[in-house]
Design a protein around this ligand. Sequence first.
Ligand code: NI
Length: 227
Amino acid sequence: MLIVIPKVFTKAEIGLAQRQLDQADWQDGLLTAGDQARSVKRNQQLADNSALAQKLGDVVLDALAQQPQFMSAALPLKIFPPMFNRYQGGETYGIHVDNAVRFVPGTPTRVRSDLSATLFLSEPEDYEGGELHIQEQFGEQKIKLAAGDMILYPSSSLHQVLPVTQGQRLACVLWMQSMVRDNEHRQMLFDLDQSIQSLSAEHGHQNTDVMRLTGIYQNLLRQWAET
Ligand code: NI
């Protein structure tokens, strides 16, 4: 499942992030590329120990924690510190699958990547190319979102970033371990939660059917959640 989380960042937050990123020290994306990525990854990124990456990453995590749709869709258990990247002058990230397990630098923490996300930080009209292509169950999806919007997709998907032939494409990328590992289980919980939200808006939380469905949601989560 691919889920768009709109307006994670406001236009003001985007403007501030762009100004800070314009003055950042960018490094070659190959520095953190594994064997498979090495042959296809051509981009720039902020170092993991960059103060700006840590500061902006915290802003992204705070913004996501306030997005009920993100929390419901991802059911996050652990989120790898957000990374920031830039593509320009033909840079691209060829087709690949994200690493299954990531080690948080300088800590014993490991994060299994169940879900990947890209938060777009440049407006689509500010660059040519740079679409995120994701191969999933229903074919290939081409994603190029407004600055501030985020796409969430299974980390098991093959995906690529097409060459950016003009302008620059700034983005924040995230990997997370979900409390619910199975994509289908997580999708069913998300669908059920969406229905509970719309039914409770119409009939109130105390409605008998809304309460029963909420109980089913919680009991399924109890069956499936790892904490
Ligand atoms: Ni990737």
